[in-house]
Design a protein around this ligand. Structure first.
Ligand code: DWN
Length: 397
């Protein structure tokens, strides 16, 4: 396989998680009587441009289906994060009724609704019908499509260029990151701004967050590599913010390479920090595997110990990352009997691979569980704050 960015041959495996179904491919009852498609889940690191990327086996259409079950609005923390960003960027860029804001992967309108309410014209681009129709109900115009150079050419041809292009939880999800980035250039007004949020691979390696690896995430990104990809498409990163979301993310601010805005010092500081953390050394990536294996083995050992002591373990949060962990560890419902989740789209369905049933949180009361394993650790504080878990813990869980 060749690197998706620099096209050099990939030789070094960062982590091989075996075979797994797509992490968002939740099953209905009937699906349990059918075959289930597994894909290899293997991640390479390119020793030339340092792009960490999944092996080519799945295509975006197979992953982002019409009944896609991830709705951004389920998390109030994420909704607050989106509102704070919108208020900040509207002020910073003096956006108004003559501006145009385009969000790529606009999901259920969780973010664009903050622009709509201030009468700032916006356009969502979202391929999954399940989430797009929720956004449309809010009055947000949505183009139901994947984004890339072709779509951006059509938009530019119709004069649809943006003052602000937003991309959260999408840059790591595109199979052709060069084509996607060229598309950004095409629809960006001459003095326009791009902001993109993505989980930072420096934090993923630091925290051994191997469960954030799933087929939906084609790339695992550093500022160094994104900087290279932007430059290749005639764009420039002029500012960056470190965020706590998803275990540690970056928000980069981009513009055309001839834009007069100066590059902020923080960009250089983070590039230096990445180098100091060894992100341009092969050993850093090759040392990741044993750390992931230890976490997986410790969890299986714990679960078997509880089973032998007749203790009951349940899970909370039917997250995509939870499926990666469960399937890599080979955990089935004999070790974790069920998972509770507030997302209506997931309740009554089953986790892909493990087939663990997904139940509404209000059934947690009578679960008589001894342990609750929170799968989306990135929002554990929000989940624990929600009274359901707190009350359960008060009842000497
Ligand atoms: O790329 C992605 C990353 C960045 O975010 C998307 N694939 C989806 C998501 O990844 P994830 O699936 O690992 O994390 P989620 O979807 O944020 O997992 C949270 C799950 O927990 C959701 O199914 C909703 C559920 N939940 C809940 O049951 N009660 C969430 C909250 C906050 C709650 O209070």
């Amino acid at each position: 396989m060749n690197c998706r960015h620099c096209k050099k041959t990939l030789k070094h495996i960062f982590l091989d998680l075996g075979f797994a179904p797509p992490s968002n491919a939740y099953l209905n009852k009937n699906d349990l009587k059918k075959q289930e498609i597994y894909f290899p889940l293997k991640v390479y690191v390119c020793k030339y441009c340092w792009l960490v990327q999944t092996e080519d086996y799945t295509n975006a259409e197979a992953l982002f289906t019409s009944d896609y079950a991830y709705f951004s609005s389920t998390s109030t923390g994420w909704l607050n994060h989106a509102k704070n960003y919108a208020d900040k960027i509207i002020k910073e860029l003096s956006l108004d009724k003559d501006s145009l804001v385009i969000e790529i992967a606009s999901n259920d309108g969780y973010l664009l609704k903050n622009f709509l309410v201030k009468n700032i014209p916006c356009l969502g681009i979202e391929p999954t019908a399940s989430t797009a129709k929720v956004a449309e109900k809010l009055g947000i115009p949505v183009l139901r499509s994947f984004f890339g150079k072709n779509l951006s050419r059509q938009l530019a041809y119709k004069g649809k260029k943006a003052d602000l292009i937003i991309g959260n939880n999408v840059y790591a999800h595109v199979p052709d990151i060069n084509d996607f980035t060229k598309g950004l250039k095409e629809i960006l007004k001459s003095k326009g701004t791009i902001t993109i949020e993505f989980p930072h691979i420096m934090r993923m390696i630091e925290g051994a967050q191997f469960d954030t690896i799933y087929h939906e995430h084609f790339s695992y990104l550093s500022l160094h590599t994104v900087n290279r990809i932007f430059k290749k498409s005639g764009l420039r990163i002029y500012n960056v913010e470190e965020l706590p979301t998803h275990g540690g993310s970056l928000r980069i601010y981009g513009c055309h390479n001839n834009d007069t805005r100066k590059t902020e010092k923080l960009v250089e500081r983070i590039l230096k920090e990445e180098k100091k953390q060894g992100l341009q050394k092969l050993t850093t990536y090759l040392n990741f595997k044993p750390r992931a294996e230890k976490i997986k083995n410790d969890l299986v050992e714990f679960l078997i110990k509880q089973k032998n002591k007749n203790k009951k373990v349940v899970a909370y949060g039917a997250a995509a990352k939870g499926n990666t962990l469960l399937n890599y560890a080979g955990i089935k419902k004999d070790l974790i009997s069920c998972v509770y989740d507030a997302a209506k789209a997931k309740q009554g369905r089953f986790m892909p691979g493990s087939h663990i049933p997904i139940l509404p949180p209000n059934q947690l009361y009578r679960s008589r569980a001894d342990y609750i394993l929170i799968l989306p650790w990135n929002i554990a504080s929000e989940i624990i704050k929600k009274n359901i878990i707190k009350k359960k813990i008060k009842q000497n869980l």
